[in-house]
Design a protein around this ligand. Sequence first.
Ligand SMILES: [Zn+2]
Length: 296
Amino acid sequence: MRIHAIQTGRVQIKQAQIEGRGHGLWRQLQPMVSRQWAPWCPVYAWAIEHPEGVIVVDTGSGAHLKRLPRWHPYFQFAVRFDIEPEQEVGPQLRSLGISARDVKTVVLTHFHIDHDGGLSHFADSRIFADRDEIARTAGIAGAIQGHLPNRWPKWFDPQPLAWQPSRFGPFARSARITAAGDVIAVPTPGHTPTHVSVIVRDGDEQIILAGDASYLEATMLRGTVDGVSPDEASAKTTLADIGALCAASPTIYLPTHDPQTGERLAQRRPVGASNHTSSDREPAARPIDRRSAIPI
Ligand SMILES: [Zn+2]
């Protein structure tokens, strides 16, 4: 299965957002009050070329994000975008030979502005997200939480993911994205209460399109909660669950903003494999030992 990593510009956030500092409200305030910006990070969207039609996971950012509402402290003090219209997901898909009509399905991991920023390119696709993520982010209540529902296309009417009580590794439920069952969503609450990740099963490998379950593979392995997750305990549980899944079989872990994500996909480099160049990397890497990778 061919998976495209499509970088839709860059975002800059604070180091205290990538790796949370302290606990509780203190942790959640740091991304706004800290002056320590992290290096610019990529913003990825994904296209999976599947026999049942192209599946896009997250729509990335849009050029409209260079102008953000000044009234919101997070937008004013904690985030900056760098993206031009031709870097949006739609034009990049077209340059790959994928038309909007080829995209049957879009899945949103969550409704943060750099994940739903390219929705306007998918008027003819079925769009799925968690039911409660859809409800929580709409209207004024959604805007106060830092979403931009007023910038959603008028036609935007996402369908709720159809959760089934079918276990996938540590996850108690899952939702099929394809009839074949080789692309599924799993609940990865933490970064938002109803965040989901998408897992692609491709032969012996599985690929996690992780959204913002963590910003980096390294923070997932360390179990370090980010600076914006509202519920630290559920975020920690999710990171441990993802770590357990990665330990059980070769897994390529692809967070939206990890600078290593594009290279990791190109090399199909699983979690726990060292960062070799393509010329010297081993053909198959061993899964990590969870006991050493995730301190408790
Ligand atoms: Zn996010």
